[in-house]
Design a protein around this ligand. Structure first.
Ligand code: NIG
Ligand code: FE
Length: 418
């Protein structure tokens, strides 16, 4: 079989080889590290991963691209499995309020926060949203991200805007090397018009929006912001169970600020992931472990909300919850596309080990999008998505924080960033 791209002499080839599933507990210790590694791709697929030289049945010709991995660390393409990629405007005007200590939920309740991005997204044209999201996607790619999840949720009761966001994500997925997985999140805030009758809005989401999004095949997942003053546990459950009827996978913004029991709900109804979990209860964590719900943790949001509270990542891992890490990129609670910074937060604040962190943004991130069979590890037959870091080892990427360590990104066998 002919190789189209080869990377040889790789100082640290981190394969994450193993079962195609989210890794927990002891499994997190083995990241399939190969010293003096070599990897060969044939077009968009991985052909061979090993040590030293290629086996003789793998051939090359003058068109084969050969890269030298000396001094480099190679990992699977990174997966950012929770973002609000497509939105209008930005919210740096909230900085002064944040510095005064005004809480996120108070800004939201006063009609700011998500509501102000709803206005900006409604007023933006398709092209403006497309160009703004494309710029962010380019930044994500430059940091090593090859697959991104993108939520709607800045239209809320303006369904046209919800659809506009999902259509932008769909077109970008077709045009841009990074793969985008879409999530419908009409239940992102209670619209002003339904302030005193949120159940009516819940019914609209269930009876009008979800069936239409499903019919247009615009979202693989459905998500709800389950939070005090936003959607209750009962409302979140109702919405997600309806989404399941239409074939969508389930996600939940759970226990981000107040401990409402979102983790327990995610376990009860079998969400693929529960995200945030800053205020998750010990019982909720146990229930998630029992039911294999992935904890998608977003330390950049904790950092930016400035409450000093972070999800109990170590406890989750010790209890056997599969953990992924993501940016939560959005204009309000986490305005950064830099997943490497989030990985450093995982280490420096959440005390996760380098092995746990790289697992959380590769195979476990892939699993939280239902893509573990296809991406998330470097093994023959899997998609050729990988990152070459200009870094002698994994620890250095996390330790030397706040900068970009990427040398090159390969997506489906092509060098798409250098
Ligand atoms: O994940 N919490 C709800 N949604 C986002 C924030 C969205 C926004 O503030 O615009 C989050 O934190
Ligand atoms: Fe979010």
């Amino acid at each position: 079989m002919k190789a189209t791209l080869i990377i040889k002499n790789i100082d640290n080839l981190i394969t994450l080889k193993g079962e195609n599933k989210a890794r927990v507990k002891e499994e997190l210790k083995d990241i399939g590290l190969i010293k003096n590694g070599i990897i060969a791709l044939n077009k968009d697929k991985i052909l061979y991963v090993g040590e030293g030289e290629l086996p003789s049945d793998i051939t090359l010709d003058e068109s084969t691209i050969i890269l030298d991995g000396t001094g480099k660390t190679v990992t699977p393409g990174l997966v950012d499995s929770h973002t609000h990629l497509v939105h209008g405007g930005s919210r740096e005007n909230e900085l002064a309020m944040k510095l005064k200590g005004i809480p996120y939920l108070d800004i939201l309740a006063a009609g700011g926060g998500i509501h102000s991005t709803v206005k900006a997204t409604k007023n933006a044209s398709f092209e403006e949203l497309y160009n703004q999201a494309k710029k962010s996607l380019n930044t994500m790619l430059s940091f090593g991200v090859t697959t991104v999840e993108a939520k709607s949720g800045y239209g809320i009761d303006d369904f046209e805007t919800e659809i506009k966001q999902l259509e932008v994500a769909k077109h970008l997925n077709e045009d841009h090397p990074v793969d985008i997985i879409s999530t419908f999140m009409g239940a992102h805030a209670i619209p002003n018009a339904y302030k005193d009758n949120s159940d009516e809005f819940v019914d609209i989401i269930i009876n009008d929006m979800i069936p239409k999004v499903a019919q247009k095949k615009l979202a693989k997942f459905c998500d709800v912001f389950c939070e005090e003053g936003v959607f209750t546990i009962e409302q979140s459950k109702k919405i997600l169970l309806a989404a399941r009827e239409y074939g969508m996978g389930l996600k939940l913004h759970a226990d981000e600020i107040k401990p409402l029991g979102g983790a327990e709900l995610a376990a009860e109804i079998g969400c693929i992931s529960a995200d945030h979990l800053i205020a998750a209860s010990d019982n909720g964590i146990k229930e998630m472990a029992k039911n294999g719900v992935i904890a998608n943790l977003l330390p950049g949001t904790s950092f930016n909300l400035q409450t000093g509270n972070f999800a109990k990542a170590r406890k989750m891992i010790e209890e056997g919850v599969p953990v992924s890490l993501s940016t939560d990129y959005n204009p309000g609670s986490c305005p950064t596309e830099n997943i490497q910074l989030i990985m450093s937060f995982g280490a420096l604040i959440m005390k996760l080990t380098p092995e746990e962190i790289i697992t959380s943004v590769t195979i476990n991130g892939a699993a939280s999008l239902g893509l573990e069979e296809k991406i998330g590890s470097l093994e023959s037959g899997k998609q050729g998505d990988l990152v070459i870091f200009d870094s002698p080892n994994l620890e250095y990427i996390l330790y030397h924080f706040g900068i970009n360590h990427v040398d090159k990104v390969v997506k489906k066998g092509e060098i798409v960033y250098t």
